[in-house]
Design a protein. Sequence first.
Length: 418
Amino acid sequence: MASIVVTGGNRLSGTVTVGGAKNSALKLMAASLLAAGESTITNVPDISDVHIMADVLRGLGARVSREEHTLRIDAAELTSFEAPYEFVAQMRASIVVLGPLVARLGHARVAMPGGCNIGSRKVDMHIRGLTELGVDITLGHGYIHAEAPAGLHGAHVILDFPSVGATENLLMAAVLAHGVTTIENAAREPEIGDLVDFLVGMGARIGGRGSSTLVVEGVESLAPVTHRTVGDRVEAGTFLVAGALSGGPVSVRGFDPSHLELVLVKMEAVGCEFEMHEDGATVRRAGAVVPTDVATLPYPGFPTDMQAQFMALMAIAEGASVITENVFENRFMFADELRRMGAEIVIEGHRALVRGVSQLSGAPVRCPDLRGGAALVLAGLIADGRTFVQDVQHIQRGYEAFVPKLSALGADVVMTDD
Ligand code: UD1
């Protein structure tokens, strides 16, 4: 198992370019199943979650090839309608093949994702929404069986919560349904806008992009498309926090800064200064880190995927902050590891009280999950001495070349094989 060794104290400066969004690329890959031909997706990050999704698609009979950051997915002939447990257990997002498969083939069999270390992450909204679209769903032997031999029909679906995955699964099913589907209380994340653009490029008819009401007029068939993945706002936010922790200036390019608006507002409130660019932002911090409260919410609220990185920043603030996690239960495992580095954090239910300390200390720590793992490396950048971050396979799920990119900014960080 690889580890990352960080020696704290170096000031970061320079420019880093982020790749395409993991959370978009995975869904665009699933959406390629909707057209009987070869779609091309550019700006796809080279990360393990993308490799797993490529294997899921290959298992269904699609041909997937990669040349640098371009993926070609030929879904002309699908030979299977099953996403087996071995893949879904590795990556929960595999569930998003359910909607496109049942819409294209009339049936699908997808393993039920198990519990996950950031909360129970149910799929009830995916199932209820598809049922309303006319899909007959049965659960058994650890699988979701979806049948719609006569095709899907339009429906009026109101989500209990703006779930990203449920919105995507329903969109990808509704585009080939007979009639009009309205999805209310839909998630509004930029990655959903990217999926809408991809589907519209294939010939889908979708109104309400970027809003919480999506209206989909089903079409007979869809055609392959060529599309560039939206820049990764979470990878960008992670490097901006790295710059803020160490002082910077760090320029992050390759993303739309309007997709990170509330994160930038909060970072300004804690003492960061920004220079905005069309394709990114430059952060610097001269004075102390000022404490502030943050509550995660669906987009455009503060992203749960930036919660751990922000907690690392609050860990060295001059005072106390409250971080409230409203999207996932049990997403504070990172706090236990950060405490091992000297942070003062008390968890009460879905709130974390963080009392800033003047100095973190390097320690052996384990990545609890993808974003928590990246945040531990960030904490190591400003800690006294060495931080050994273990279980870095979590980081490799979502960050391409994380260590080389940090090194290029001046961090003392290396990957080891033990
Ligand atoms: C996606 C992102 C993840 C991000 C999250 C929220 C991908 C691959 N992952 O995850 O990085 O943190 O959005 O922005 O895109 N829920 C239910 N029932 C359902 C579906 C969801 O109760 O049927 C709950 C979940 O347990 C969770 C909340 O809704 O508490 C949000 O989940 P959701 O928005 O669906 O997140 P994901 O799509 O899994």
